[in-house]
Design a protein around this ligand. Structure first.
Ligand code: FES
Length: 574
């Protein structure tokens, strides 16, 4: 038997009984209980990460995707074995799904290493699942490719087209502002998520799907196919077949996820007006391979990357429209001169070869040409200043543009609880020119850096018709949200960062064109002030305690320090 045969299929990673042949004998005996023949067990094994969960509505089609992948694996001569991992849905993880992204990444990585498989198809979809799976694949170094569940189709409410979750926030804002009543908001809740699949705007799930395809970790065309279309199953079948070939080629993730490939993914993030979460997640994936995301280089790239995709929340269309417009390749084709076309993808061919082989372009209104972009600059800007020495970001494509240069009086909330208690208090002293500040909502402080950066407009101002204010925090924001919202302030308040010393009444200046965020208070005065830290220890036991002790800041992807490959040996974008 060749060395190669000894380390593949059922022989891979034998359980440690001290007698390798006995370990194999026992393993074979047990798996035969599943009814497999010797012929089946002699084939290369393709694992399928099965993230079906009754708590995850975005993954309700996973069983049919598992079967389609299995069909593809078997047609290509492999043996498909699915296995469960943690599955995370945005609205079903207390206090926030982000707290558990790293736990899912650990679970997935360990199962890729502990169980015998020569390649794996990772079925993800909802926001945190795909990043967790990419992080796991990067660390486990098993040939891997991603299949996403795909976006939902849009719904309709009284003749108006709508979808999750940009319209969830829009209608909720109208309800808070007294424009619609309780009966109508109840009716809307039944229309926002009308089919299986992930949120159908350019939220985090869609952003991660597009970035994963641009990164080369998904078969071409896979990012945008709606969850309920037959093409989604054909894509899954093809992914299964390709995984068998990847096992033979030993096409491991680190050969695909290079600094140039991350640069392509970040370029796409900017051009699609993607979710700010895409930056945190891709930073975490890159960190697993010793690649640092350079925020200054990203900002420089953003200034030269136009937003081309007209999708909510920055634009007007939905993911099914992007699919009808040709899918992500329509964007990649436009971006061609700005991409590293020589990057290898899971197909074994380069990104440039895949773009050249794709269906030709046709007239459409969703992806703009480079000569006529939606905005000349990319969706995300990186801010620095005495309030964010480690950086902060703003999704400028998700704003009206009117407040990108603004100075105002700080109105400070010390925690999520403080925010919930006071934001709608009629006695709250606040005007439309003020800057709402939320602190102790970062990776350590909350803990888990919840999507609380979309601070609601105080009810009394919302009732006057106000729809946007400058809001700043160390939290994250849903990719489906919009507004003049500064996020990911580093270092976070819970670590004693400058945000912890802001007081209500201080002046704050935001200048996005100049990339500045300043607290207009003398250094000597700041030095005298005591930081306002979380009132209680964020966690004392179990996984939460592990998270609090080891989580990195947003500029390093919020991974756990012991899971990254540091010191970094490379940078992106390049
Ligand atoms: Fe799952 Fe939006 S809640 S993708």
């Amino acid at each position: 038997m060749t060395d190669d045969k000894k380390s593949t299929g059922l022989r891979k990673g034998l359980t440690a009984y001290g007698d390798a042949e006995f370990s194999l004998f026992l393993r074979t005996a047990f798996i035969k209980a599943m009814g497999y023949s010797d012929d089946a067990l002699a084939r290369p094994i393709v694992g399928i990460a099965n993230t079906y969960s009754g708590y995850n509505a975005c993954h309700q089609t996973v069983p049919s995707l598992v079967e389609a992948v299995r069909r593809g694996v078997q047609q290509a001569g492999g043996l498909a074995i699915d296995f469960p991992t943690i599955s995370l849905h945005e609205s079903f993880a207390y206090p926030t799904s982000m707290l558990y992204r790293n736990l899912m990444a650990m679970d997935t990585e360990e199962m890729l290493g502990a169980q015998p498989m020569d390649a794996v198809v990772l079925i993800g979809g909802c926001d945190k699942t795909v990043p967790a799976q990419l992080m796991a694949a990067a660390s486990a170094k098993v040939p891997a490719l991603v299949v996403v569940t795909g976006p939902m189709m849009t719904g309709s409410h009284r003749g108006e087209r709508l979808g999750a979750c940009t319209d969830c926030r829009r209608f909720w804002g109208r309800y808070r502002g007294g424009e619609i009543d309780a009966e109508e908001i109840e009716e809307v809740s039944g229309r926002l998520a009308p089919t299986a699949g992930t949120c159908m705007v350019m939220g985090t799930a869609s952003t991660m799907a597009c970035m994963t395809e641009a990164l080369g970790m998904m078969l071409p065309g896979g990012a945008c196919i709606p969850a309920v279309q037959a093409d989604r199953l054909r894509h899954a079948e093809a992914s299964g077949a390709r995984a068998v070939a990847m096992a033979a080629e030993k096409l491991t993730p680190e050969r695909i996820m290079t600094p140039k490939a991350f640069t392509n993914a970040l370029r796409v993030l900017l051009a699609i007006g993607g979710s700010t979460n895409g930056l945190i997640h891709m930073t975490a994936v890159a960190g697993r391979l010793g690649i640092e995301i350079d925020l200054e280089a990203l900002d420089a790239m953003s200034r030269k990357t136009p937003v081309l995709v007209d999708l909510k929340p920055s634009g007007q269309h939905y993911m099914e429209d992007l699919e009808r417009a040709g899918g992500l390749v329509a964007v990649l084709r436009e971006l061609g001169p700005l991409l590293h076309l020589d990057c290898l993808t899971v197909t074994g061919r380069t990104l440039g070869e895949e773009i050249a082989a794709a269906r030709p372009a046709w007239p459409q209104a969703v992806v703009r040409p480079m000569a006529d972009p939606i905005t000349a600059e990319g969706g995300i800007a990186v801010l620095r200043g005495n309030l964010a020495p480690g950086g902060a970001i703003i999704k400028q494509s998700g704003t009206s543009g009117e407040l990108l240069r603004h100075e105002g009086r700080a109105v400070v909330f010390d925690s999520l609880e403080d925010l919930a208690n006071r934001i709608d208090d009629p006695e709250l002293e606040v005007t439309s020119d003020d800057v709402l500040v939320l602190r102790n909502a970062g990776p350590r402080g909350a803990p888990g850096m919840p999507e609380a950066g979309y601070i609601p407009i105080p009810r009394k101002l919302a009732r006057q018709g106000l729809r946007d204010m400058v809001r700043i925090s160390d939290a994250r924001m849903s990719g489906t949200a919009f507004g003049t919202i500064v996020l990911h302030i580093c270092p976070e308040a819970a670590l004693g960062g400058p945000l912890s010393k802001v007081r209500t009444g201080d002046r704050i200046r935001l200048d996005v064109p100049a990339r500045r965020l300043e607290l207009l208070v003398e250094d000597a005065e700041l030095a005298r002030r005591a930081p306002v830290l979380p009132a209680e220890a964020p966690a004392t036991r179990g996984y939460k305690n592990l998270h609090v002790e080891h989580v990195l800041q947003a500029d390093q992807g919020c991974d756990l320090d012991f899971l990254t490959q540091r010191p970094y040996t490379a940078k992106a974008p390049v």
